[in-house]
Design a protein. Structure first.
Length: 317
């Protein structure tokens, strides 16, 4: 052990004083060391506390993972629902393209007789929907009856069925010509003139209303799928070329009261094999049945073929 230091003052060396100083210094050193120990404890506690606080990080991470797992199916479900909705909307759009609405028609005022009835009805002048296969004509627009139909379906190659209301009275002669896919027509029971269906190659049959008294010239010309026809009771004349080139026509029922069969009325009806002409007929034009190679006609109790009298047997004046 080293000797205690000696404190020298101006008055000389004082051993006692030196011992006291050493003692106080030792005490102070001890106190300082205790403070250091206390400080270390505080630091250790703080570190432990800090370390302990970091542990919830894994819990937060687990929570985030849980949240992510929970959200992920929701997002997927939402996407799937959105896709279904989009597909449904597209399908609805396609269906709507075939659906006929009032906006598909152009129309105007139509007068039967302005002097006797100045209040106009409605005439349809144009059909705008080029995709519609089934078309129902409205019976009224703006509270007024639809009575007239212009050439609204002329050369329409899409429409397959047309339904007319009984309010229709007038139809333009060429309203339905060239409708190559037209298979069925429901006509008005108040119309008197049958328009032309010339070139309607898919039309297999048609019910002509009893109200019809006149059949337009060439009405069924080129209707190659037409197989049968019945004329209403009030028709008095079969106009020229009405059934010309109806190559699949097999059954024709003519009405009592019919008076005239005009030129080329049944020309080239190659599948027509028999026809009974009522006694009421007083005029059959030349070539009314020209090209009907297989036809046998019964008229006033006699039968005739296409070879009789050099193809002139039907010429009655």
């Amino acid at each position: 052990m080293s000797a205690a230091p000696i404190i020298c003052t101006l008055a000389g060396c004082n051993t006692q004083t030196t011992t006291q100083v050493i003692s106080e210094t030792t005490t102070a050193s001890t106190t300082s060391r205790e403070h250091e120990n206390m400080l270390e404890d505080v630091i250790n506690q703080t570190f432990e506390t800090t370390h302990a606080w970091t542990e919830p990080t894994s819990e937060i991470s687990e929570t985030e993972e849980t949240t992510t797992e929970t959200l992920s199916p929701v997002e997927t479900t939402t996407t799937a629902e959105t896709t279904v909705n989009i597909e449904t909307t597209e399908n609805e759009t396609e269906e709507q393209s075939d659906e006929v609405t009032l906006s598909d028609f152009e129309y105007r005022d139509f007068y039967i007789d302005y002097d006797t009835d100045p209040d106009p009805d409605i005439g349809i002048t144009k059909f705008l929907n080029k995709n519609a296969k089934i078309v129902t004509i409205p019976s009224e627009i703006d509270g007024r009856p639809v009575i007239y139909l212009n050439n609204v379906f002329d050369e329409n190659e899409v429409v397959e069925e047309i339904i007319l209301p009984d309010t229709i009275i007038f139809i333009d002669s060429y309203a339905f010509t060239g409708c190559t896919n037209l298979k069925h027509v429901k006509l008005s029971t108040n119309m008197t003139v049958l328009p032309s269906f010339d070139g309607c190659t898919s039309l297999t049959e048609i019910d002509i209303p009893e109200s019809v008294t006149t059949i337009t010239e060439g009405a069924f010309s080129g209707c190659t799928s037409l197989t049968s026809i019945t004329l209403p009771a009030n028709v008095e004349k079969i106009n020229s070329t009405v059934f010309r080139n109806c190559t699949n026509l097999k059954a024709v029922s003519l009405n009592d009261g019919l008076k005239r069969i005009e030129r080329c009325a049944f020309q080239n009806c190659t599948n027509l094999t028999e026809l009974i002409i009522p006694d009421s007929v007083t005029y059959i034009a030349k070539q009314a049945f020209s090209g009907c190679e297989n036809l046998v006609v019964t008229y006033k109790g006699k039968q005739y073929t296409s070879d009789d009298n050099e193809n002139r047997w039907w010429a009655l004046y």
